[in-house]
Ligand binder design. Structure first.
Ligand code: FAD
Length: 707
């Protein structure tokens, strides 16, 4: 089993759940030398998380596997709210709301179990890493990033004095390779209806962590030769779930509280007379608790059921929850009580688990920007709002490209600080949201307006509707930083800059230039046409997650002579020898591999050609001619209508504007279409001048002064 007596990697990922896999996926896209280990012997095949929010689907689409999730999943369109009828007390549908707020994304919420989602990642990681050559020669099997199952870290050291040296490997980790028996979790197999079911309790927060037991068991086996190796890493990600071993090594804490509410989860094919079983439903009974219905793929339905529970002595005078009382039978019995007079039973049970509701968030997400924590390792909460897996993947989606661009010497390490500043706030918002949402869900409905202890169903509906915006992931709005040029959250210096902590930020007023876009939020998507071949594209489809920044020039009406002059002057600067586009791109690399240039104009497509644009907008390659995929137009398509991109983005169709997008599609900067100077100074804040690479890695301090 010994892999390498002493191996050096750029990135070591601990944990191959959704967060770890998202990180490995970025590394595979960007060609970064990476290992990913997981203490479990196999991946999961059923159960666990299932809800995919629309922002997550946009992200999957940017990695080219969104369609797999979209096709295989069950789509949830409507939420039905069921409550006791105020007059009769009998359960009745009180309201319906759309499951995803209409028009916030080109995708809507879907459900598909975690095992399939992990499969999509594994396929993408294999394909990309072989292509980009992460761990060996591109195109060879050795280059592949493979999840190493049954491998876990047993010790960790950090050489703090080397933390600022970007070429150093300050992390030393001992890895232990487990036997199959050690790597297989002890699971209870339940016999239900003659069928043997493996439950998910071993991953539930009702179970203690088994990492130390696994290490102890492994220590006790006499023959350890060749089962341990030392890895030196530049960066490490702890994506090892709620009991995170990495978090414990760093001494970081999860802060928050837990409640007495216990919920059971059943994945079944239901046999029922309940009419809305294929809708997402929130069912509040008068006094027996609540059920959430999630219709799933393959005729499955997931029921989240509040349990009436039994407590036992905890040995120190207190009471603790008696886990042994939870079985699929007790869970379905709870559901039957809550859903009466409707009947529900099952012949087929796919998976089940139980969990205790609690909300906790990590006090820190990073050690010296060398070790990071993501996912459940830094935030835990109830699963009903379908957030954990989504937010966990989105943590790593935020981090991956930043680490890759620092490892590759494209950006300086100042950008890594933004991981904690951006994602810890999201985690706190998530915890607050879940706190409110799960209490509303677990409470009993109010009998009348005087019943202060009960939950008003109007308040519940309102919270559901507002919560939907948060839960979609679309509302994420990153604060000002070296890579988000927006004013307001930092100290104004009166010279066009603001100071935030120890960072000096260049701030640009984007007032009125694009009223439908917000700096700090993700780029919304509307259809535009390719100028060269008239094919319609959703704008986000042009923003693949491959590690590149994008400058998007909304060129306006280029038939207007003054506007055309502005465009030509901008083209001259962008195409110049000392343009930031060139300074940031290593010699020999493709022109759009670090910063790509996209444009979209508003003149009629049939009155223009790509040759109305300066060459930098449609670069020339001596081997394959012009690049026809950079110039777009906001115009009517033959078959898919008019995307009205300028109108929806709130951009003046004559004067246009320019927008800088991060590699994760978030808006960094909005300015006048030809404000080259400001774009240049934005990139100057953190990008590395490739002429000085190999010597001191400086930001492009003396980059183009031409502006
Ligand atoms: P995990 O998925 O926990 O992955 C951690 C990985 O690290 C595991 O593979 C583990 O084996 C490994 N590991 C742990 N310790 C070590 C170690 N010491 N060394 C090496 N490897 C280690 N979220 C949603 O978004 N939508 C939903 O609909 C949803 N429903 C849920 C339903 C249920 C019943 C449950 C229990 C959870 C649900 N969640 C949902 C939450 C979601 O499952 C988690 O938030 C998500 O899996 C977190 O991803 P992660 O990668 O951070 O951690």
């Amino acid at each position: 089993v010994q892999r390498n007596a002493d191996s050096h990697v750029d990135v070591l990922i601990v944990g191959a759940g959704p967060a770890g896999l998202m990180m490995a996926n970025w590394m595979s896209r960007c060609g970064v030398k990476t290992r990913i280990v997981d203490k479990r012997g196999t991946k999961i095949f059923n159960g666990q998380a299932d809800g995919l929010q629309c922002r997550t689907l946009e992200i999957f689409d940017s990695f080219s596997f969104g369609h797999r999730a979209w096709i295989e999943s069950n789509h949830m369109l409507e939420i039905c709210l069921w409550n006791p009828d105020p007059k009769t007390g009998v359960l009745a549908r009180g309201d319906r709301i759309p499951d995803t707020i209409p028009n916030i994304s080109r995708f809507q919420q879907v459900v598909l179990h975690q095992g399939r989602i992990e499969r999509f990642f594994l396929d993408a990681i294999r394909e990309n890493s072989i292509e980009t050559g992460c761990n060996g020669e591109p195109g060879t099997k050795e280059a592949e990033i493979k999840v190493e199952h049954g491998v876990l870290p047993t010790s960790f050291q950090f050489e703090e004095s080397a933390a600022d040296d970007e070429d150093a490997y300050p992390l030393t980790v001992q890895l232990r390779h487990l036997t199959e028996e050690e790597a297989t979790p002890t699971q209870k197999a339940t016999l239900a209806n003659g069928q043997s079911i493996v439950d998910g309790l071993f991953r539930s927060n009702l179970s203690a962590d088994d990492t130390q037991d696994v290490i102890n068991l492994s220590n006790s086996i006499a023959d350890k030769a060749g089962r341990t190796e030392t890895v030196k890493a530049k960066y490490m990600l702890g994506a090892d779930g709620a009991h995170s071993w990495v978090r414990q090594q760093l001494g970081f804490k999860l802060e928050g509280e837990s409640t007495d509410y216990i919920w059971g989860v059943l994945d079944i094919i239901p046999i029922t007379d309940f009419p809305d079983i294929r809708m997402r439903c929130a069912i509040h009974s008068e006094s027996s608790g609540s059920v959430m219905v999630i219709p799933r793929e393959n005729k499955l339905v997931r029921l989240y059921i509040q349990l009436t529970t039994t407590n036992v002595e905890d040995g120190s005078g207190g009471k603790k929850f008696d886990r042994s009382t939870i079985t699929p039978e007790t869970i379905i019995a709870s559901a039957q009580r809550i859903m009466q007079p409707y009947k529900i039973e099952y012949r087929y049970l796919d998976w089940w688990t139980a969990y205790q509701i609690g909300q906790r968030v990590g006090n820190s997400f990073s050690l010296h920007e060398r070790v990071f924590l993501a996912g459940d390792a830094v935030h835990t909460h109830s699963p009903k709002a379908g957030q954990g897996m989504n937010v966990s993947m989105q943590d790593a989606y935020n981090l991956g490209w930043k680490v890759a661009s620092v490892v590759k010497g494209q950006a300086n390490c100042s950008i890594l600080k933004t991981y904690q500043s951006e994602r810890r706030r999201i985690a706190q918002d998530l915890i607050e949201f879940d706190h409110r949402f799960s209490r509303l869900f677990s409470g009993r409905p109010a009998k009348d307006v005087m019943d202060e202890e009960g939950i008003s169903m109007d308040v519940f509906k309102d919270a559901f509707e507002k919560g939907n915006m948060f839960a979609s992931g679309i509302a994420v709005d990153y604060g000002a930083s070296v890579i988000v040029a927006k004013s307001g959250s930092a100290k104004d210096q009166g010279d066009g800059t603001e100071v935030l902590g120890d960072e000096k930020l260049r701030v640009v007023s984007s007032d009125g230039l694009a009223t439908g876009l917000e700096v700090g939020k993700r780029m919304p998507s509307f259809k535009v046409l390719n100028q060269a071949d008239a094919r319609p594209w959703h704008f986000q489809e042009l923003l693949k997650s491959n590690g590149t920044w994008r400058v998007v020039v909304f060129a306006g009406d280029i038939r207007d002579a003054a506007q055309k002059r502005r465009l030509d002057r901008l083209g001259e600067k962008l195409g110049g020898e000392d343009s930031f586009l060139r300074l940031c791109t290593p010699s020999g690399a493709r022109y759009d591999s670090v910063i790509g240039l996209l444009s979209c104009h508003s003149a009629p497509r049939q009155e223009t050609t790509i040759f109305d644009f300066p060459e930098v907008f449609r670069p020339w390659d001596e081997n394959d001619g012009w690049d026809y995929w950079k110039v777009h137009v906001d115009d009517q398509s033959y078959h898919e209508g008019h995307g009205q991109a300028y109108k929806n983005y709130g951009i003046n169709p004559t004067r246009g504007c320019s927008v800088i997008l991060r590699p994760d599609q978030y808006i960094s900067w909005i300015g006048e279409m030809d404000d080259y100077k400001s774009m240049d100074s934005f990139f100057r804040g953190f990008m590395v001048d490739q002429r000085t690479k190999g010597g001191a890695k400086t930001a492009i301090a003396e980059g183009s002064k031409k502006g």
